[in-house]
Structures are given as structure tokens and as C-alpha cells.
Design a protein around this ligand. Structure first.
Ligand code: AMP
Length: 134
């Protein structure tokens, strides 16, 4: 028996998260160590480690899900556009980073992360959720 990944525990609610969006197959929530306000992770509910091991069907549906979330992030956070990154070096459960960016440096993962308060996280997540409902 394999242990549920930290992201599966987030999806099931066992570990709290600042949820942004959810569908039958995907879950989006704010990264706890954000590179920028609105930095969001999109995860398939299916627990697969490596992004490129996801099925073509899941990958294409995940892209469309990411697009909808990114369009909502753009409206809530001031940025030039939303950058996309796939790393998976830390958490072995496939996920996409959606990061509001203005310059190349905004996608530098080695930079110190932002420290946000609980209420800042809550407000950002709520505002993105509201945009998605429009
Ligand atoms: P990576 O696997 O390299 O793509 O990085 C995993 C990302 O997940 C990092 O940016 C972490 O800050 C983020 N992360 C890890 N645990 C949590 C958590 N409990 N809630 C939100 N984000 C998390």
C-alpha cells in the first residue's frame, strides 16, 4: 500500500489549503510558499508522480482547467501574464505552477518566497474563486 501524497491529503481535506477551484478531476489551491501573490498549484486528483506520465486525456483537460484558473488569476493579481512551470522536484504528485509574472526574474524559483498572512491568502483565494464564478 502506498501512502497518500501530501497533495492527495489536501484534495481530501485532511490537510488544509487555500482552495481556488475544483472539478471532478482537478484541484487548484494557493502555493504555501508563493513566488508571487496568486501563485497557484493545479493538481489532478489521480495520484501520478510525473507530469508526463499523465494520460493524454488528463493532460489536455488539465490544460483547459489551468487556462480557466489563469484567466481568473490575471484579473485578481496585477501582472503582465501568468507563467506556467512544471517541476515536481519536491512533491511527487504531478502539478502545474501558475505564477503571475511581469519579468523573467519573477519565474526564478531560487528567489526567496513571499510571506503572506492567513487573511491575505484567504482574500486572494476568495477573489480568484469569485472571478471563476463570473
Ligand atoms: P515542486 O514539487 O518542486 O513543483 O514544488 C512543490 C510546491 O508545492 C512548492 O512550491 C511548495 O511550496 C508547494 N507546497 C508544498 N506543500 C504545500 C502545502 N501544504 N500547501 C500548499 N503548497 C504546498
Amino acid at each position: 500500500m502506498t501512502m497518500a501524497s501530501i497533495f492527495s491529503k489536501i484534495i481530501s481535506g485532511e490537510i488544509p489549503s487555500y482552495k481556488v477551484a475544483e472539478s471532478e478531476a482537478f484541484y487548484a489551491f494557493l502555493d504555501i510558499n508563493p513566488m508571487a501573490k496568486g501563485h497557484t498549484l493545479v493538481v489532478p486528483k489521480e495520484e501520478v508522480d510525473y507530469y508526463f506520465d499523465l494520460s493524454n486525456d488528463t493532460l489536455s483537460k488539465m490544460s483547459v482547467f489551468c487556462k480557466d484558473v489563469a484567466k481568473a488569476i490575471e484579473k485578481v493579481v496585477e501582472c503582465e501574464r501568468v507563467g506556467v512551470a512544471v517541476l515536481g522536484l519536491e512533491v511527487p504528485h504531478a502539478h502545474v505552477h501558475l505564477i503571475p509574472i511581469t519579468t523573467l526574474e519573477d519565474l526564478n524559483f531560487s528567489r526567496p518566497k513571499l510571506k503572506l498572512s492567513k487573511s491575505e491568502f484567504e482574500t486572494i483565494a476568495e477573489n480568484i474563486q469569485k472571478e471563476l464564478l463570473k
